[in-house]
Design a protein around this ligand. Sequence first.
Ligand SMILES: Cc1ncc(COP(=O)(O)O)c(C=O)c1O
Length: 408
Amino acid sequence: MVSASENVVGSGEVGGGSRRLYCDNAATSFPKPAEVLQAMVHYATEIGASAGRGGYAEAQASAAVLKTCRERLNTLFNGENPQHFIFALNCTDALNLAIKGILQPGDHAVTTWMDHNSVLRPYNALASEGGISYTHVAVDPVTCVVDPTEIRKAIRPNTKLIAVVHGSNVTGTVQPIREIGKIAREAGIPFLVDAAQTAGHVPIDVQADCVDLLAFPGHKGLMGPLGTGALYIRPGLEGTLRPLRHGGTGSVSEQDVQPEFMPDKFEAGSHNGIGLAGLSAGVEWILKRTVASLWQHDQMLCKAFMSGVEGVEGLQYFGPQGIRNRMGVFSVRVRGMEPGKLAEVLENEFGILTRAGLHCAPLAHTHLGTVGSGGTTRLSFGPFLNVPDIEYVANALSAVALREFAAA
Ligand SMILES: Cc1ncc(COP(=O)(O)O)c(C=O)c1O
């Protein structure tokens, strides 16, 4: 998928010459494609101006960067209209706009046990401040897949939002969003998908998947820089969504109320032009390779990992134990070892960078039974990792587990 020379972290040397293998792509992707960095440098050195804030050539060039970025996102997710992609700071920001923009006091909302704090906390904040109620739908004990019929059963007459995390940032479980989307559409309830882990990794078609609101970061699978993200709002739904921020848009300045048209209704204040130039280049990088082939690459890495750790005494990974409903996010435990200690050993002895803890998903860890014992150690893959890298990771984990087993 990606040539070895592109894999500057996986096979490269950093610092004092020791190997650094970045396996924390669920937090943010690294490295970024060279094209992303070039686009950001070009923006910073040749454009500089703020989009929509002037008629001179540089301000127009900045507006063109944003326009192209929206068009590419619209192509990537098969949206109906590029103007319906609202730029945000990150996926959390996009989720907040969707959740707080839709829900009103007295409403009921649905989510799952696998959802992230960026859904759970806005729900809880609204529950305590504004009096909404919500239901967490249970998931399969092993695979952590939600049964769409359980979502249907959770719907009440006052249900106004169904939010589901597409790919779990804890177990790598991929939820059946198309089936859930059909249920939500039949019931006339807006369906919000948290695509923090799947955007750019797993194919998403907002029209075929019946997604009304798609929240995603620009800085993970879309290969853009930190500080970028977006919310797709299905045409027709923008009228029922309240903006969270009000302010200047560079448009209809004679008017002291927020414009009603897209995307200005939801985009107050100056844009992150440099970041969006990088995001646009990241999306172009993905479109050239296609999500289908990046997805195939991810599945290949998953298979290499699962076969590399199969049958190793004292080593366990959570979520789907095969390729079905899974992506390249693995939570592991080594018997008798604190997850934080395992992360430390992986970094210090093998140069493998992981994230230990609860990964901002306390209910998912409650479900797995890992909440009171430090969570898990998470490894998350990206397009710049290759099969030999994953074999190296699996060998390192196996060696640590066998060493612990022998010492026990
Ligand atoms: C499932 C999930 N949802 C939401 C988020 C929040 O994304 P961001 O860091 O872009 O705010 C994350 C971040 O890791 C995540 O894994």
